[in-house]
Design a protein. Structure first.
Length: 403
């Protein structure tokens, strides 16, 4: 990996950190927004999937457009769009305006990820799994620090001053604009019909393992989104203030980011399938134990559960890219966007059970369901070497445009 590509990867990781930090700041504010706007719990838990429409479910469309028309722009301007709109959460005068603000900010989040992931994969060269692990972990670490950062802003300045954090997105876009030129594109010219046909032909050969990877990502993201949404209310019932909620969420998500980084290095030494399988067997029990206990032990178990739960997300994205190396942006969009968008439906889907069973029992049920991800991991192909050799023998720049 040359100096140019290392710098590009570093700046993309920084952009991912900032972009994803914005995307998680809403979670510790949910109880406050519920009280200020007089919302029902159902309205509160619909915010995540509505947010996901523009930030996650639309990522395949963003990936398609960025592959063909504005590759650099989507990655570079994502943080500023996210920052400007998401920082206005505290100013929302109504539920409908809050949704509009979130969906507008979600456009920046969703636009950044497909091309950002494809450019990071290109810059990583033959060490794609490690590069994707670093890229993904930087986003997860940012995602983990978002709740703590906004809790500190709220404590210091109040809910009406959340717009102070917009400056970070502005600065990040300025840095990316200066340092991140588009990587070289060596694709041959193809018509839309030819590109679509090649994609379909490639998909026919690997649809089964791709479907398994997709389902694994949906299940794990579903538990993460449910934890993000329900945990502040559970902690509120246990007497925690906003800063405490933000700090505990940060422990969960930060350990998840470190898990993603560790998973990438482990996948180089064993296999992505093995990392996915064993983390699936361990994450559910650890999360269940966290919700059954209280105090420091609960926080430790929650952090370990997050470490295992999120350890394979970058590995699974890299595995999917290796199955379809000529369509990395599109595949990344499905794995990082569409899968997470579907996972975001878990909180409102489980909301009907909260009045009867409570937040603790619903979280325990959601954690137990992650054992299904271990079953799907067991069904993945055992020999990944052929797919990895295909990726590693291609020119690095061939991965930039993806589709």
């Amino acid at each position: 990996m040359t100096g140019r590509y290392k710098l590009t990867l570093a700046v993309l990781c920084a952009g991912h950190f900032v972009n994803d930090a914005y995307s998680s700041i809403i979670f510790p504010l949910l109880p406050l927004l519920k009280q200020r706007l007089d919302l029902t719990t159902s309205q509160v838990f619909w915010l995540a999937p509505l947010y996901a429409i523009s930030s996650s479910l639309m990522q395949p469309l963003y990936g398609f457009i960025s592959d063909r028309y504005a590759r650099r722009s989507f990655a570079v301007f994502g943080p500023v769009v996210t920052g400007v709109f998401v920082s206005m959460i505290g100013l929302a005068p109504s539920y409908s305006m809050l949704i509009l603000i979130l969906m507008a900010g979600g456009v920046g989040i969703g636009a950044f990820h497909p091309q950002g992931a494809a450019m990071a994969a290109a810059a990583s060269g033959e060490r794609r799994r490690v590069g994707m692990a670093i890229f993904s972990a930087s986003g997860t670490v940012g995602y983990s620090l978002g709740p703590l950062a906004i809790a500190l802003i709220y404590t210091s300045f109040g809910l009406d001053r959340t717009y102070y954090i917009a400056i970070v997105g502005l600065l990040m876009t300025a840095v990316m604009f200066r340092i991140c030129p588009p990587l070289e594109d060596k694709r041959t010219t193809r018509t839309t019909g030819e590109t679509k046909w090649r994609f379909i032909e490639a998909l026919k050969k690997v649809w089964k393992p791709l479907l398994l990877l997709y389902l694994i990502t949906v299940i794990r993201s579903g538990l993460q989104m449910t934890t993000n949404n329900y945990l502040p209310f559970l902690l509120g019932e246990r007497g925690y203030a906003v800063t405490g909620m933000g700090g505990i969420l940060t422990v969960f998500l930060l350990l998840g980011g470190l898990g993603g980084l560790a998973g990438g290095f482990m996948a180089e030494r064993v296999s992505g399938r093995a990392v996915t399988l064993y983390s699936g067997l361990l994450s559910g029990p650890l999360m269940v134990a966290a919700f059954l206990t209280t105090g420091p032990l609960s926080i430790i178990l929650l952090g370990l559960g997050g470490f295992m739960l999120l350890s394979t997300l970058p590995v699974n994205v890299a595995m999917a890219q290796e199955f379809m190396p000529e369509h990395t942006s599109t595949v990344s969009a499905w794995m990082m966007g569409a899968a997470w968008g579907v996972g975001a439906l878990a909180p409102p889907a489980l909301d009907m059970f909260v009045p009867q069973f409570g937040f603790t029992n619903v979280l325990i049920f959601a954690s137990s369901a992650t054992l299904l991800s271990a079953l799907f991991a067991y069904l993945l192909p055992r020999d990944e070497s052929a797919h990895r050799r295909v990726v590693q023998t291609e020119p690095v720049t061939a991965h930039v445009a993806g589709g």
